[in-house]
Design a protein around this ligand. Structure first.
Ligand SMILES: Nc1ncnc2c1ncn2[C@@H]1O[C@H](COP(=O)(O)OP(=O)(O)OP(=O)(O)O)[C@@H](O)[C@H]1O
Ligand SMILES: [Mg+2]
Length: 263
């Protein structure tokens, strides 16, 4: 599906990069512009294809957390309001990408999410047309039951259903540490097999408005994606030029997770 001679990469722009997650509806506009320019530069130098997924940041997590606190779950109102908040952040991301010349096509995750996971056809169609699909962490209602779908889970589904060779995750820290990076003595894990990641600690600390389990659940997605045979890079998206260098495979420091080769 990406044409001959091109590879497909999956890129998650963490909500922790796009927003300060402690501040409702906060956007790091200057960094978003920089990220869009870096992605544009990378695409101008390669034949590789790209799918972008972004996280909820303080749009999705804040709105979802408010519903959870008030009602203890997600109903039709939650479905409406969380999907709208995420659509607004998605529009911003697509808008900044287009401003830098990237043919970003926003595909709201809830519109392609079924009880069997993602409906990948519309994503493939956009890739074949030369566009860059942009999906995001969202709320969806597979089988009629509203549920939060993290951007990391969207990455997992795309890795399963598209012939991608690499998955890249940007967050607000340099990669995966051997324990919560806010703990003294935390050391960056520069290379790991999926099995080695199972020993990593993530602490009990949770963001004020967090609804998808931060690094603990991200690690599960990363392990499963690496076991599907993709090379996984986890890097600090707040650092200037990090997206360009990570996509080129030239970034240090970061964490690289390679499949164990056990098939
Ligand atoms: N062992 C660890 N290694 C790296 N980060 C960790 C670890 N344990 C906990 N963390 C925390 O995980 C956070 C990143 O997860 P978080 O879900 O907040 O970001 P995100 O996925 O980019 O945001 P979003 O869910 O909005 O997309 C980091 O800020 C870091 O503090
Ligand atoms: Mg997260």
């Amino acid at each position: 599906m990406p044409g001959s001679g091109s590879r497909l990469k999956l890129l998650k722009i963490g909500g922790s990069v796009l927003s300060d997650k402690t501040r409702p509806f906060h956007v790091r506009y200057a960094r978003l512009r920089g990220i869009a320019a870096e992605i544009s530069r990378y695409l101008s130098e390669t034949r590789d294809k790209l799918v972008v997924v972004h996280g909820g940041g303080s749009f999705g997590h804040f709105t979802a957390h408010t519903h959870l606190e008030e009602k203890g779950g997600y109903d039709a109102e939650a479905l409406a309001q969380i999907s709208l908040a995420m659509n607004e952040l998605g529009l911003l991301v697509a808008d900044f990408l287009q401003s830098e010349g990237v043919p970003a096509v926003l595909i709201p995750t809830h519109a392609v999410w079924t009880a069997e996971g993602i409906l990948v056809g519309p994503v493939v169609d956009v890739l074949e047309a030369g566009g860059v699909p942009v999906l995001y962490g969202d709320i969806a209602a597979p089988g009629g039951a509203p549920v939060i779908i993290s951007g990391d889970t969207v990455m997992e589904q795309l890795a399963e259903k598209l012939p991608a060779s690499e998955a890249l995750f940007a967050t607000d820290v340099d990669g995966i540490y051997d324990r919560d990076p806010s703990e003294p003595g935390a050391v960056l894990v520069e290379r790991a097999t999926p099995s080695q990641l199972l020993g990593v600690e993530t602490g009990r600390r949770r963001g004020k408005f967090e609804v998808t389990g931060e690094m603990a659940s991200k690690l599960g997605s990363i392990v499963r994606i690496a076991r599907m045979g993709l090379r996984v890079t986890v890097f600090n998206g707040l650092r200037p030029a990090s997206f360009y260098k990570a996509l080129k495979g030239e970034l240090t420091p970061c964490t690289i997770v390679e499949p164990e080769g056990e098939g």
